[in-house]
Write a protein that binds this ligand. Sequence first.
Ligand SMILES: NC(=O)c1ccc[n+]([C@@H]2O[C@H](COP(=O)([O-])OP(=O)(O)OC[C@H]3O[C@@H](n4cnc5c(N)ncnc54)[C@H](O)[C@@H]3O)[C@@H](O)[C@H]2O)c1
Length: 261
Amino acid sequence: MSFSLDQYRLDGKVAVVTGAGGRGNSIGRAYALGLATAGASVVVADLNGEGAAAVADEIGENGGSALGVQVDIAAPDSVQELAAEAAFAFGGVDILVNNAGLMAELKSEQAVDISLDEWNRIMRVNVTGALNCAQAMVPLMRKRGGGKIVNQVSGGAFPAISIYGISKLALVGLTTTLARQLGRENINVNAIAPGNTTSDAGIQLTPEDSPFIQFLEASVAMRVRGAPDELVGTLLMLCSEAGAWITGQVMHVDGGWVLRP
Ligand SMILES: NC(=O)c1ccc[n+]([C@@H]2O[C@H](COP(=O)([O-])OP(=O)(O)OC[C@H]3O[C@@H](n4cnc5c(N)ncnc54)[C@H](O)[C@@H]3O)[C@@H](O)[C@H]2O)c1
């Protein structure tokens, strides 16, 4: 088969994007809008049900097809309901984007001091949440003969020098394990590791004038910050026929963050 740009199209596909309805300018919102632009029906899922509904409305106003669903990815029952709602609304699931996570709300605690409750809370959302979603969606993908899973990790895992980084590195491990175990079922599993992204959460975490950003400006190869929309092209490749032969990979979309000396 020769290459065609149509390989990036997602017409007839159903995508579930978690963490897509929380803050106004979020990466999940950009992902949901991008998937809809490529033709997919999108289930916009978030702990914030009103925010999820608002992003689904925005997709509808742009001529796309979407449903907003309130979900707690840390609760397996809630995730099973999400899968059932997706299947009821659109007939199945082809694509799962595990984007929801705790980041801006986390304190930079020392590993030797963090309480086990806080450690477990972070892991339950950032790692187990993605596992819960995979467990609920993969049976639906199997019914469609295959699927795509994209896990949102972070440049903050390369190297992991924070509790957040540990959680994202564990999610890399879930990515390679699922890729290995689901490959023969035609399910691609990959990860995107964004650099410092100008979502509302990203700007809250590291404002433009913060010493961390100034420090990075001196060391990142190309450009420290990228906009949520700059991640969408990679997502569409991983979710479409264009990326059919890619599995178990971490795509670093970060202007050279991982190359810093
Ligand atoms: N902004 C950055 O610089 C950056 C960089 C690398 C990776 N990331 C990752 O990208 C993702 C999106 O980040 P963002 O900047 O858009 O932040 P964000 O805070 O806007 O998005 C996270 C979303 O996850 C949702 N969420 C949290 N807990 C949940 C739960 N239990 N169930 C369902 N939803 C839940 C929140 O409501 C929120 O909408 C996160 O996984 C983050 O770790 C962000």
